[in-house]
Design a protein around this ligand. Structure first.
Ligand SMILES: Cc1ncc(COP(=O)(O)O)c(C=O)c1O
Length: 452
């Protein structure tokens, strides 16, 4: 019998066929909309990777609110994808919707700050512990600008990243370790520069590799998620970050922490929960409650060096910021999110439910005799097709199985439960209910029952 990750593969393929057929039959309106969009949208979708879901054609959304959404054909879903973290505090959180509606009538963009900017700066400093802040439209942009400031402030060219990382569409970080050697990621299209010239890639949780990468004293910064969340999930080993930080200090390298996903760890992100001391701190996606915007913060010392670098540069375009960045709508969304949505109470609810998911999935996996594991960072959980959680990007990459993932995802989707299309990430939001969690665990149980 051909098995994959403990699954009878012939049975899995038959199940996939049945589920695709069920989707087609249940979604006439999504199908019609897909056919209509295909006439004028490249790849038939607004973004080519919207085709990477498990469905035979796009699922069209009618309305999304709180922890659920309704599709064009009227089916309702418990949403554990939550816009891949953009809606980590639920769809259209009422305080954000109200703030946007009020601000929309009072100006959208002026290229000048309003009072919200001052309030947001104060709150970001209080919450995350870094004294100075700047803004961007997306986490990708915030990371790009953070790298630029780090290089400008240190006068160093090199950066270090972790194998298997993703920080958005930042070309510099599209570098992988392949059989232990750095290689530009083949999927990055249209890139004509040699990214290996200024990017070093190492494995996560490997202090010797980090020291080796830093020891020449030419690395501007390490850009990192505190736990890798984009290649399945990889947690830092105990004391890893304290020792890694000490190495960075020894070699004069800055630490840029990208909390865009790990903000699932608490109101101050992984950084506050675990006492990290980054020089740069990046947060995109949910910081505006789902409205496009991102923030990045500087330590006092780096702020001083960054300002000096800008003063010393000739006047003109710095390569930082875009025209609509920090527009009035974005600032009102960030203010409402920080003031009323990203609260301790919201997180307490999310943690309790994520713990239920973690234990529920573990029980189901054990009952079906599979050697899979479940990993969690706060409100974000992930099931992985290996008995032990991976230690680094290479191990995590080996556990991925996009075909099997898609079969499970489609099975869940056909039963009104949506999880992220990439690997097996499951997020909860303040509006998620115990009933939603039970639906997820129940559908996962049924799915494994059919597969094993
Ligand atoms: C850790 C991390 N940083 C940055 C980004 C980029 O976010 P955006 O696509 O909103 O620019 C992502 C996207 O998945 C991410 O996972």
């Amino acid at each position: 019998m051909n098995t994959r990750h403990g699954i009878n593969w012939a049975r899995a393929q038959a199940l996939a066929q049945r589920e695709r057929q069920a989707f087609v039959e249940a979604m006439p309106k999504s199908r019609a909309l897909s056919e209509r969009a295909a006439r004028h949208l490249l790849f038939g979708v607004p973004l080519h990777w919207m085709n990477d879901w498990s469905t035979p054609f796009s699922l069209y959304v009618d309305e999304a609110r709180g922890a659920s959404f309704t599709d064009a054909d009227g089916h309702r879903y418990a949403d554990f994808c939550l816009g891949d973290t953009g809606a980590m505090f639920g769809h259209s959180p009422p305080p954000v919707a109200r703030a946007l509606a009020t601000q929309a009538a009072r100006g959208l963009t002026t290229m000048l700050p309003g009072e919200d900017a001052a309030w947001v700066g104060e709150e970001l400093a209080r919450r995350f512990g870094l004294p100075y802040w700047q803004f961007a439209m997306t986490a990708s942009d915030a990371n790009r600008f953070a790298l630029r400031w780090a290089r400008a402030a240190t006068g160093r060219k090199q950066i270090v990243i972790f194998n298997g990382c993703y920080h958005g569409t930042v070309d510099d970080v599209f570098v992988d370790l392949v059989d232990g050697k750095a290689a530009q990621r083949g999927s990055l299209i249209g890139q004509v520069h040699d990214l290996l010239e200024a990017t070093r890639v190492i494995e996560f949780n490997d202090l010797a590799a980090l020291e080796n990468a830093l020891k020449d004293g030419d690395v501007a910064c390490v850009l990192a998620e505190p736990a890798l969340t984009n290649i399945g999930m990889v947690l830092p080993e105990p004391d890893y970050w304290r020792q890694a930080r000490a190495l960075m200090r020894r070699y004069g390298t800055l630490l840029a922490i990208d909390e865009t996903h790990t903000i699932s760890c608490g109101p101050g992100g992984y950084t506050q929960a675990h006492g990290l001391e980054p020089d740069l701190f990046v947060l995109g996606k949910p910081v505006g409650g789902g409205f496009p915007c991102a923030v990045y913060g500087f330590s006092a010392e780096l702020a001083e060096r960054a300002q000096r670098a800008k003063r010393d540069a000739p006047p003109g375009h710095s390569g930082i910021g875009t025209t609509l960045t920090a527009n009035m709508l974005a600032m009102s969304a960030i203010r409402a999110t920080l003031a009323e949505v990203m609260t301790d109470t919201a997180y307490a609810h999310m943690f309790a439910l994520a713990e239920r998911i973690e234990s529920g999935l573990r029980q189901v996996i054990a009952r079906h005799g599979l050697g899979w594991c479940v990993t969690r960072v706060g409100a974000r959980s992930e099931f992985q097709f290996a008995p032990q959680p991976p230690r680094n990007g290479t191990e995590a990459g080996r556990q991925l199985d996009p075909e099997l993932e898609q079969i499970v995802h489609l099975y869940l989707l056909n039963r009104g439960v949506l999880i992220t299309p990439f690997h097996n990430m499951i997020l909860v939001c303040p509006g998620t209910s115990l009933h939603d969690v039970e639906r997820l665990v129940g559908a996962f149980d049924e799915c494994l029952g059919e597969l094993v």
